[in-house]
Design a protein around this ligand. Structure first.
Ligand SMILES: [Zn+2]
Length: 85
């Protein structure tokens, strides 16, 4: 198990060790993933931020930057992860 900071909210996000883990533990143990956008940019995002991306078109680096603009960095607090928002 490892963790990586979310590009948007800067929270440390728990990630599974590999693709096998990802599917075995599904979303219980993994809270984010690397997103490859339609413009070939790559960002690691938590699922919370991923949900904030526009769904009326394929998100691009511009959408991620825009979301980051609108999102306050979150203080690390594992317990409240599923309760905020
Ligand atoms: Zn995030």
């Amino acid at each position: 198990m490892a963790s990586e900071p979310c590009h948007v909210c800067e929270r440390n996000v728990r990630i599974a060790g590999g693709i096998g883990d990802l599917w075995n533990f599904a979303f219980e143990s993994t809270q984010g993933m690397t997103l490859v956008l339609s413009d070939d940019s790559e960002f690691f995002l938590c699922f919370e931020c991923m949900e904030q991306l526009p769904d009326d078109h394929e998100p691009t680096a511009v959408d991620v930057a825009d979301l980051k603009e609108r999102t306050e960095p979150v203080e690390e607090d594992g317990n409240s992860f599923w309760h905020w928002g």
